[in-house]
Design a protein around this ligand. Structure first.
Ligand SMILES: O=C(CO)[C@@H](O)[C@H](O)COP(=O)(O)O
Ligand SMILES: [Fe+2]
Length: 224
C-alpha cells in the first residue's frame, strides 16, 4: 500500500470508563474513527491485567467497526481461536511473547483475521523482518506496553520510518500502526514517519469533542 492513503484512527477502550463500556463503544463509532483497539493484558507478559475474549464477544454486537485486538499475552498461540471467534477482525501478537511467531501469524490468517505483529520499544525492526511477508499489520509500541496514559518515546519514530522503507523496497503490504502516547501533538510526527494506523486511548477519551479530535488526526493523513 502507499503510505497514509487513508489514515486509520483506532481508539483504545483501555482509556474508556468500564462502568459504561457500551456507551463508550458507541462514542468511538460516532467520532468518525474506523477501528476499535482492544488491549488484552495477561499479568505475565505485561504487569497489568485487562480483559479477555468474553468481554470482546460481549461488546461485538454494539459496534460495526473493525475490532483490532492487541494481545499482550505470553504464548498467544494458546488463545488465537478464542479471540477470533469472539469477533476480532485483526489480532496482533508480540514478537517477544512467542518462539513460534511465523506459525501464530499463519494461524491468525487461517481463521480469517488480519495478522499483526508487534514489538516493544527495545526490540529492533530486524527481529521481525522474517515475518513481514505474512503480516497485515506491524504495530510499533511507542511506550512500554502495559498501561495507557504514558508519553511516547520519540526514537520509536525511526522504527516506523524503517518499516515504511522496507515496505517500499521489498514490496510488502502491511499497515504500520503506532501505539502509545498518541495525541494531537505527537500524531503528526508518527504520520510523517509513515504510520497508517494511530492507536489512541487516554487522549481520545479525555477529548472534550471526540468528533473534532478524530477529524484533526484524520486531517494529518490528508495533509501529506
Ligand atoms: O497497548 C497499549 C498499552 O500497552 C495501548 O493501546 C494503550 O492503551 C494506548 O493508550 P494511550 O497511550 O493512548 O493512553
Ligand atoms: Fe495497544
Amino acid at each position: 500500500m502507499t503510505k497514509n492513503e487513508d489514515l486509520i484512527i483506532a481508539p483504545s477502550i483501555l482509556g474508556a470508563d468500564f462502568s459504561h463500556l457500551e456507551e463508550d463503544l458507541v462514542s468511538i463509532a460516532d467520532s468518525g474513527a474506523q477501528w476499535v483497539h482492544l488491549d488484552v493484558m495477561d499479568g505475565h507478559f505485561v504487569p497489568n491485567i485487562s480483559f479477555g475474549w468474553d468481554l470482546i464477544r460481549t461488546l461485538r454486537p454494539f459496534s460495526p467497526l473493525t475490532f483490532d485486538t492487541h494481545l499482550m499475552v505470553s504464548q498467544p498461540e494458546r488463545f488465537i481461536e478464542q479471540f477470533a471467534s469472539a469477533g476480532s477482525n485483526a489480532i496482533t501478537v508480540h514478537h517477544e511473547a512467542t518462539v513460534h511467531l511465523y506459525r501464530v501469524l499463519q494461524q491468525i490468517r487461517s481463521l480469517g483475521c488480519k495478522s499483526g505483529v508487534s514489538v516493544v520499544p527495545s526490540t529492533p525492526v530486524s527481529a521481525i523482518e522474517h515475518v513481514l511477508e505474512i503480516s497485515d499489520i506491524v504495530l510499533v509500541m511507542s511506550v512500554n506496553p502495559g498501561f495507557g496514559g504514558q508519553q511516547m518515546i520519540p526514537s520509536m519514530l525511526q522504527k516506523i520510518a524503517r518499516l515504511a522503507e522496507l515496505r517500499e523496497t521489498e514490496g510488502y503490504d502491511f499497515l504500520i500502526s503506532v501505539d502509545g502516547g498518541i495525541n494531537a501533538k505527537t500524531a503528526g510526527d508518527a504520520v510523517d514517519s509513515g504510520a497508517d494506523v494511530l492507536v489512541t486511548g487516554s487522549s481520545f477519551f479525555s477529548a472534550p469533542d471526540k468528533i473534532s479530535y478524530v477529524a484533526d488526526l484524520l486531517s494529518l493523513g490528508r495533509a501529506r
